[in-house]
Design a protein around this ligand. Structure first.
Ligand code: ADE
Ligand code: ZN
Length: 339
């Protein structure tokens, strides 16, 4: 049994679109008569999940999201998938969840409006979180490889959804070919409107992307960021600014950032004095849950239970939550972890 299963865990970095139940996707494909190159359940699995025999590359990893965009074909489907994501997180004892979603991705199959998909996701997620008794906040993602004009529209809507649980704006997508700088004015506006900022950087791109995310986009948190270690000046900047890293070991392995799980630099990041949290990124694409990542960090990366509590406490400290709410969550977690 996984010893981390029963413990309450916080997750700061999980994409809705990468967390969908395979069984539901399979049912939707059938009911909607989607034409997919998947004659068997096993073929179907490879379309939406990274399998052991596949190339572990960013291109292959991102290709799964392109297939998944075909499935968002009705409000009922989007709301069902969203509710299941929350239920699955709750079943893994995630008691604080920041779930991010990409409105543009959800509009594409049927030409829904950005407002409609944000309405459906926020309503369904909030209701499911209440039902499962977990504290939920939402982050809206925009992709670097899609037009900044579209991102501006999404960011403005995201700010208007603050009363409905949206707390942050995230920059995701293909970091190896698309700089963050064109998105700087959009992120400045978002910050001014009260949204927190997190940016995928230093995953498929160099340490200088982490610097760009901190300096040009004022990122409070960095998605992945593990390549920050390639530049001592970037490490110093991140430490000085108290930037928090949302580390996702299995995702990094499956997208080719690290050659093996054992080679993951999470322990080196901690040793360098960086603030690190542990996350899944895309649990269904990767075939994992957060308890799996905790056990992996313990068994393969040598993190003690105390070090894992440290990562947990860091996540709660860096959560995009108001202070009184944070204190209540921290107290409940501390009690469970420290007995
Ligand atoms: N979107 C979903 N997962 C991602 C990742 N690991 N990196 C960048 N963009 C993403
Ligand atoms: Zn991510």
């Amino acid at each position: 049994m996984n010893p981390f299963g029963p413990l309450p865990k916080p997750e700061l970095h999980r994409h809705l679109e990468g967390s969908l139940r395979l069984r539901s996707l399979f049912d939707i494909a059938r009911a909607e008569q989607l034409t997919l190159p998947a004659p068997t359940a096993e073929h179907f699995r490879t379309l939406v999940q990274v399998r052991q025999h596949e190339p572990f590359t960013a291109e292959n990893f991102l290709s799964k999201f392109r297939v998944l965009r075909l499935f968002y074909r009705s409000p009922e489907i989007i709301q069902r998938l969203t509710a299941e994501v929350i239920a699955d997180a709750a079943a893994d004892n995630i008691r604080y969840l920041e779930l991010r979603f990409t409105p543009v991705a959800l509009t594409r199959a049927r030409g829904f409006s950005l407002y409609e998909v944000m309405d459906w996701v926020t309503t369904s997620a909030t209701e499911a979180a209440r039902r499962h008794g977990i504290v939920l906040r939402l982050i809206v993602s925009v992709n670097r490889h899609e037009p900044p004009g579209l991102a501006a529209e999404v960011a403005e809507l995201a700010a208007s959804f603050r009363p409905r649980g949206v707390v942050g704006l995230d920059l995701a997508g293909d970091e190896s070919r698309y700089p963050a700088a064109p998105f700087a004015p959009i992120f400045r506006e978002a910050r001014a409107a009260g949204l927190h900022i997190t940016v995928h950087a230093g995953e498929w791109g160099p340490a200088s992307n982490v610097v760009e995310a901190i300096e040009a986009l004022h990122a409070e948190r960095i998605g992945h960021g593990i390549r920050v270690l390639e530049d001592p000046n970037a490490v110093a900047l991140a430490r000085e600014r108290g930037v928090v890293f949302e580390v996702c070991p299995t995702s990094n392995y499956q997208s080719g950032v690290v050659p093996s799980l054992e080679a993951h630099p999470l322990p080196k990041m901690l040793a360098a004095g960086l603030r690190v949290t542990l996350n899944t990124d895309d649990p269904s694409i990767s075939g994992i849950d957060l308890s799996h990542e905790f056990a992996l960090a313990h068994e393969k990366l040598g993190l003690s239970r105390e070090a894992l509590w440290e990562c947990t406490a860091t996540a709660l400290d860096a959560a995009f939550l108001s202070t009184p709410r944070r204190e209540a969550v921290v107290n409940a977690f501390r009690k469970a972890w420290q007995g």
